[in-house]
Structures are given as structure tokens and as C-alpha cells.
Design a protein. Structure first.
Length: 140
């Protein structure tokens, strides 16, 4: 019985965390839509509300920060899980689970190192604005 609860806890915790994150994201999206709907009902201009949507892009340095924040603690977690698996004669594939954060951190650092982070953050890139808001244009 304890083994089953342990497995459920190990695999259920990330699922719960993801559900919480998406729940808050959905709540924020619904509140934003409600605000826009109320502004339209009152006859207000909603272009400032839509213009705020485009400011959430990551700078290339954020990828280095994320890579280090995933990678360095991941090394400690990986070493700890591997040492524990060796010490307690546990199957080696359980030790591989501890190295997943290192792989995520390495992916962020590789993304930054290859220059893809700089390309995706540039203004002329098609990935620079994934917003549904039209680009802000000035009248000439």
C-alpha cells in the first residue's frame, strides 16, 4: 500500500502543479476577457488593453537564468538521487529521474548558446509577437 501511495505522490505531484498553473492562467485569461467585454459595453477604446498584451516576451538573458536555475539544483538532485539509488540497491532507471532538471537546464543553455534565443526575441522575427492584438501603428 505504501508503494502505491509513493508512486501516486511522485507522479501525481507534478500533475497537480501543472493543473494549478493552468488554472491560474485560465483565471487570468477569463478576467482579461471580462474586462475587455465590459470596456466594449461602455463604449471605451480597447486598444490600450490589447497593447498591454504584447509586453511579455523573454529577453535572451532570461534563458541563461532559467538554464542555471534548472541545471545547478538539478545537478545536486541528480547526485543525491543517484547516490541514494546506489546506497539502497534501487533500480538504475529511478536514478535517471533525478537528472531530468539537468536536462531541462541544459536545453535552456543550448537554446541560448546557439543564438536561437536572440533570433526569437528580435523585433523582425515572426515569433516576436504571438499576440492576437494588431501591431500598434501611428497615423502619418
Amino acid at each position: 500500500m505504501e508503494d502505491i501511495l509513493g508512486i501516486i505522490a511522485v507522479f501525481g505531484s507534478p500533475v497537480v502543479i501543472v493543473l494549478i498553473v493552468f488554472g491560474f492562467r485560465l483565471l487570468r485569461y477569463n478576467q482579461r476577457q471580462r474586462t475587455i467585454r465590459l470596456a466594449l459595453e461602455k463604449g471605451l477604446d480597447i486598444s490600450p488593453l490589447l497593447a498591454q498584451e504584447t509586453g511579455g516576451h523573454l529577453s535572451p538573458q532570461k534563458y541563461v537564468l532559467r538554464g542555471l536555475l534548472w541545471g545547478l539544483p538539478g545537478i545536486l538532485i541528480g547526485v543525491g538521487v543517484t547516490w541514494s539509488a546506489i546506497r539502497h540497491d534501487i533500480q538504475p532507471y529511478f536514478a535517471m529521474l533525478g537528472w531530468i532538471p539537468v536536462a531541462v537546464g541544459a536545453a535552456y543553455l543550448i537554446f541560448y548558446g546557439t543564438g536561437l534565443a536572440h533570433k526569437s526575441c528580435s523585433a523582425d522575427s515572426p515569433l516576436a509577437s504571438t499576440s492576437l492584438a494588431p501591431p500598434h501603428r501611428t497615423m502619418e
